[in-house]
Design a protein around this ligand. Structure first.
Ligand code: LMR
Length: 442
């Protein structure tokens, strides 16, 4: 979905924290001051001194690297975000909640370019929730990151109170309450899947360590960069002080795709499709569960009588939707991915409607379905809206569903063996099934 290039040049810790701009109505009086901070390299990057992560969108390359002192020192804040404003007394009486810190990696990429504006607008957290965006890019994408920050300034979002940009996860993730990990390297020509797992795994191991060191203990992490389930596993294994339950791999896009296809076939609008589970890996082994899904409250199989279509065409359509999209667009999905990240977040901060559920790739320990422990597997979840979730217990299985789930489970167990060196579980052994692919690799 997005790209992070790994090179061996040393990290330049460039970090710009810009404080929120306020509306002109807010430029007077007050006791609360939003100050501007700028920090440069206060904290070295442990274990990564010769490790540079460059995040940008895979489809649209970031501006070429400008490895000059000037570029490295790009640390001045942006126009209006650089100002220090006083808050109007009146504003303090407003019912705004405490500022929420949202860190985003791959922030100069296309998915982020859609997502950040949703976050800043209040669409995800609501109209009373001011937001601080902490954007992680790379030395190479730093100029693009500045461009993103400039567009955020120009959008005059009242709820957007802080924007900070940087390339050091130990700085950018500081106090993060949400971490949306989007930056990852796409599989290049001739690259073995094991190689992809390794390269991306290193990024997510490092980011897990950084979250462990500096993020809020209650941080909710959504891993988007592929292969997202195993990246999420690596990340959580490297963050032992953060509950494993707080890590998610994004399968909401698959859920949304599955709902759309069922609606199309049934001739109904897609809001009539509910209880849609995606089981397993965000790959071509994922299982869109038409046995438990509902259309207008009725089991899908009662509404769509063409069961052959469900088992064959529907399932494959959802599994390969990402790849078809790449063929059409010439790049991976970006807008719909951003929408699904926002959906995934909203599902955790608003109570799940009675009787319904949503899909998320979550840690399997303690799951009631008999799925192998210690992997990140997409399963049906419900939330009270407090950021946490519980797994849905009332699920029906049949032979078809169990067989498909077992295939995705085997794939994830193989991926796990392949990254053992990154999860602290010994020597990696890669015996990945040959037909294993990301949705975009068909
Ligand atoms: C998607 O599902 O659209 C992406 O994960 C595809 C990809 O490989 O980038």
């Amino acid at each position: 979905m997005s790209v992070a290039d790994l090179t061996t040049s040393p990290v330049t810790s460039t970090y710009t924290k810009t404080s929120s701009r306020l509306h002109s109505s807010q430029l007077s009086l007050s006791s609360t001051r939003l100050s501007v901070h700028f920090s440069r390299s206060p904290r070295p990057i442990p274990r990564a001194q010769n490790f540079k992560i460059t995040c940008s969108v895979n489809q649209v390359p970031a501006p070429a690297a400008v490895q000059t002192e000037e570029a490295k020192n790009k640390s001045e804040c942006f126009g209006v975000f650089c100002q220090t404003y006083d808050l109007k007394a009146e504003e303090e009486t407003k019912s705004w909640k405490k500022l929420i810190n949202v860190a985003v990696s791959g922030a100069a990429g296309m998915i982020s370019n859609h997502l950040l504006f949703k976050l800043a607008s209040g669409e995800v957290f609501g109209p009373n929730q001011p937001v601080a965006l902490k954007l992680l890019g790379s030395e190479r994408s730093f100029q693009a990151l500045e461009g993103v920050a400039m567009e955020l300034e120009d959008s005059l979002y009242p709820l957007l109170r802080e924007v900070s940009i940087g390339i050091n996860p130990y700085e950018v993730f500081e106090d993060a309450e949400w971490a949306l990990l989007i930056g990852a390297k796409p599989r290049g020509p001739g690259m073995e899947r094991a190689g992809l797992l390794d390269i991306n795994g290193q990024i997510f191991a490092e980011q897990g360590k950084a979250l462990n060191a500096v993020a809020s203990r209650n941080v909710k992490v959504i891993v988007v960069g592929n292969p997202c389930n195993t990246n999420a596993l690596i990340c959580l294994k490297n963050a032992p002080n953060i509950p494993a339950k707080s890590f998610h791999a994004l399968t909401r896009l698959d859920e949304n795709r599955a709902k759309c296809q069922l609606a199309l076939k049934a001739g109904v609008f897609y809001d009539k499709v509910s209880n849609m589970t995606i089981w397993g890996n965000h790959s071509t082994t994922q299982v869109p569960d038409f046995l438990n899904a509902r259309i207008n409250g009725s089991p899908v199989k009662e509404v769509i009588k063409d069961h052959k279509w469900l088992e064959e065409e529907f399932t494959e359509k959802v599994q390969k939707r990402g790849g078809v999209l790449i063929q059409k667009w010439g790049r991976s999905s970006a807008a719909s991915t951003a929408v699904s990240i926002a959906d995934a977040m909203k599902s955790l901060v608003t109570p799940t409607p009675e009787g319904d559920w949503f899909s998320s790739g979550v840690y399997t320990n303690g799951n009631p379905y008999g799925i192998a422990q210690d992997i990140v597997f997409s399963m049906p979840c419900r939330s009270k809206g407090d950021g946490d979730y519980e797994l849905v217990k009332d699920i029906t299985f049949d032979e078809y569903l169990l067989k498909r789930i077992a295939k995705s489970e085997a794939e994830l167990l193989a991926e796990k063996r392949c990254v053992a060196h990154l999860t602290g579980e010994g020597v990696a052994f890669c015996d990945l099934p040959e037909d294993t692919m990301l949705p975009g690799e068909m």
